[in-house]
Design a protein. Structure first.
Length: 293
């Protein structure tokens, strides 16, 4: 495939919310022939002005291209939109946010209808899409042949990271990272609450938080080493016994500052349980075993 053929390759996009529109604009800017469909057709008007073709139905949009990308509200919306579409011989890439189980079920559903399937987890916000160097990327899992066949087109809006043949792995990686982010947001929120009534500039604390959290982030490598080796004490500098004892200072400070500790106490309770089970010389890795059912 030469560059000219690549630039003019055709694809279909179903779903023109903020993320879908960002993907559409990136593909159009790269010279792709793009057919779009959205439940509310007026959303497509700006893209049509930029060169996209608007299909009247999702089935018509699917028929227009071999590569079909779906970016809808949820998994149920995907099934509804594609109910009347002929997927025989199509390459279906699902960028709709969902769970690993939904992705695996949707892969079976697509394969039963004659399509290759690839699921995607978008690690970006719309302003990052189509912007070189933004750091945005998409996890992909499912058909390796599909991914390899369309790698260049998929890489136009954002970077690509293939995580395996299991169709649920993209969603799993997506949610794992988002879960870690949510925990970080909780800690940051608690930190700002502590200074809320004091003469401390939030921007000054923000600078300190970014530096501190960046320095602490490699802790994840230690946890990974513990899980792979089975030795939860290896390389531990601040053990669980020390950390649980230190938690009392965090809680007393929150009380003094009039701040609820509810963002911290669930994790602290797990640490205390692990310590009570006799694992004071470990780090916090053992908490993972308490979470795993």
């Amino acid at each position: 495939m030469d560059d000219n053929t690549f630039e003019k390759s055709r694809l279909t996009l179903l779903g023109l919310g903020a993320m879908g529109t960002a993907f559409a604009r990136a593909w159009l800017a790269a010279g792709h022939s793009l057919t779009v469909w959205n439940r509310s057709p007026h959303r497509a008007e700006p893209l049509v002005a930029e060169g996209a073709k608007l299909a009247g139905t999702a089935a018509e949009a699917v028929a227009a291209s071999d590569l079909v990308v779906v970016c809808l509200l949820d998994d149920a919306s995907v099934g509804e939109a594609l109910a009347d579409a002929d997927l025989t011989g199509k390459d279906l890439v699902n960028l709709t946010t969902g769970t690993p189980a939904e992705a695996r079920a949707r892969a079976e559903w697509a394969q039963a209808r004659g399509a290759r399937f690839l699921d995607g987890g978008i690690m970006a916000v719309p302003p990052m899409i189509g912007v070189p160097g933004s750091g945005g990327y998409v996890f992909y899992s499912g058909s390796r042949d599909l991914f390899d066949a369309h790698r260049e087109a998929l890489a136009v809006p954002a970077g690509t990271t293939y995580v395996g043949e299991n169709p649920g792995f993209a969603a799993l990686h997506d949610v794992a990272l988002l879960s870690a982010m949510t925990g970080m947001f909780a800690g940051v929120s608690h930190a700002f609450a502590l200074i809320r009534k004091e003469n401390v500039a939030p921007k000054n604390l923000a600078s300190l938080l970014v530096g501190w959290l960046t320095a602490m982030a490699p802790y994840a490598y230690g946890i990974a080493d513990h899980l792979e080796s089975g030795d939860y004490t290896r390389g531990v500098t601040s053990n669980l016994a020390m950390m649980v004892e230190g938690n009392s200072t965090l809680l007393r400070t929150a009380e003094e500052q009039g701040v609820s500790p509810e963002l911290l106490t669930p994790f602290m309770a797990l640490m205390e349980r692990r310590l009570a089970d006799g694992h004071g010389d470990e780090g916090t890795t053992g908490v993972i075993d308490l979470l795993t059912r």
